[in-house]
Ligand binder design. Sequence first.
Ligand SMILES: Nc1ncnc2c1ncn2[C@@H]1O[C@H](COP(=O)(O)OP(=O)(O)OP(=O)(O)O)[C@@H](O)[C@H]1O
Ligand SMILES: [Mg+2]
Length: 313
Amino acid sequence: MFERLIGQSPNFEALLRSAKMVAATDVTVLITGETGTGKEVLAQALKQHSPRADKPFITLNCAALPESLAESELFGHKKGAFTGAVGNQPGRLQAADGGTVFLDEVDSLPIPLQAKLLRFLETGEIQPVGETHTHNVDVRIIAATNANLQDKIVKGEFRRDLYYRLNVVPLEIPPLRDRLGDIPLLLRHFMEHFAQDHKLPVASFGKSALQRLSSYPWPGNVRELRNVCERLSILLAGRVIEDGNLPPEITNRATAPKPLFDLPELGIDLEKVEMDLIRQALTRTNGNRSRSARLLGISRDTLLYRMQKYGIS
Ligand SMILES: Nc1ncnc2c1ncn2[C@@H]1O[C@H](COP(=O)(O)OP(=O)(O)OP(=O)(O)O)[C@@H](O)[C@H]1O
Ligand SMILES: [Mg+2]
């Protein structure tokens, strides 16, 4: 099953190594990664390599659940618990007893349910809506999200205690732009796959087209690449694909200059950065202001003005 996850770059291989180790256990796993990086495929691979491989695997997309139904979906309900509850209905956790539940887009779980999920993770007990007593359920939880849970915690949208409980073993799938080396491999895999699928002769890539595809940042990650391959493998079956055949979003991309600094997720204090750079320049030049100004690409007057502004002597 892990064979379905194509990639050989060091960061991807490290992820697969960790994944194989945790697969064999019952530990709760949190898979993070941008859209299209393969979180669902990884969750299935984990299940397939676990002692629960032949037991149920139930996926619950937390973002697709209306808040009013979420609790009953997850924990079930008793007959008469609410209007429309015409019979006892087991929830997904109970339905998966002995197996695995995949909580996709777990960041979308409403806050009150987050508390209930946490209680389940800690006690292994569920309490269906309208029921007075609890049941034990033996389920392994694999959760996934493409959201930044730290941000959500800060905004009060995700419970910190649940985060720690889910994040026992974090598996972070790197975005494709951080493993550009895997692109040729993925392209070959999908071109062959779709040629076979559609019973067409396989197309290949010219050198320049391959280069473009290999440096494109793929915001939609493997899903985007897969879709491009499906389109090309049908429209250009058996041909050599050149630049002009590539989708416009790839060829028309203004080659944006690579940023000098990567703005951290949580932002920075620009003045502090400026102060810090000025100090570094002064230290490097033993306090020589003209040379410091040159290092910073500003005039000596500007440097003096800023030193005064920040109280640097
Ligand atoms: N490493 C990989 N090797 C082969 N196929 C992959 C890989 N990663 C992803 N895919 C394929 O890319 C597509 C998207 O994968 P998947 O649905 O698992 O992404 P996701 O991370 O769950 O995305 P989203 O956050 O949008 O739900 C699927 O068709 C999947 O088979
Ligand atoms: Mg998904």
